[in-house]
Design a protein around this ligand. Structure first.
Ligand SMILES: Cc1cc2nc3c(=O)[nH]c(=O)nc-3n(C[C@H](O)[C@H](O)[C@H](O)COP(=O)(O)O)c2cc1C
Length: 176
């Protein structure tokens, strides 16, 4: 027996991509935001989309510079993920306030986060207006990960990613 679900809740069926700490830089400021809505968009070329609310400071920074970095935290960073997702870079320096260390990127000007086990540097190649969010479509230019984390697939036994199910409910994945 199935039941009708409110459409606003439908996204929660597919909400739980690995949580990202997304970094951006413009206006002389570096910023970090938590982001759940990301997806690979092409198989042949490394294209990835992230949906960013138009209210976020991050939206202004990516729109201005056309670059961003996807940093992948593991479960040890849950509290940081919550903090970066509930404060704005407009009035908080999240790097210094939440103990995050900047690492220099090679292909973009946006900093990577040292405490994350992997990062992807991207350049915006397209945008899609989705109403209250913009889908920034990025071409991946460089990816780094802690040695051994990505020998074949992602080793989630060593690097359990975080997933948001909605409300204040978080999960980690496990291998079958
Ligand atoms: C678990 C979690 C997931 C989030 N996912 C997204 C997301 O996918 N897109 C988005 O625009 N905001 C998302 N947010 C909200 C932003 O992280 C939040 O608005 C943040 O304060 C924006 O920071 P900024 O103003 O410094 O850019 C999420 C927040 C949390 C806690």
């Amino acid at each position: 027996m199935k039941e009708e679900i409110d459409l606003w809740k439908a996204r929660r069926l597919i909400n739980h991509s690995p949580l990202i700490l997304l970094t951006s830089r413009a206006k002389g400021r570096d910023n970090v935001m938590t982001l759940a809505w990301s997806t690979p968009l092409a198989h042949g070329s490394p294209v990835i989309g992230v949906a960013v609310s138009k209210n976020c400071f991050t939206h202004e920074l990516i729109s201005e510079r056309g670059e961003f970095v996807i940093n992948i935290p593991d479960k040890g960073l849950l509290e940081t993920v919550k903090l970066c997702g509930s404060t704005s870079g407009r009035d908080t320096d999240k790097f210094s306030s939440f103990g995050l260390t900047k690492e220099q990127a090679q292909r973009v000007s946006v900093p990577l986060i040292k405490e994350c086990f992997a990062s992807i540097e991207l350049r915006v190649i397209n945008t899609v207006d989705c109403g209250d969010h913009t889908l920034f479509v990025g071409e991946a230019l460089r990816c780094v990960a802690v040695k051994g984390a990505m020998d074949t697939t992602l080793d989630i036994s060593r690097h359990p990613t975080l997933h948001h199910l909605g409300e204040d409910v978080f999960a980690v994945t496990r291998l079958l």
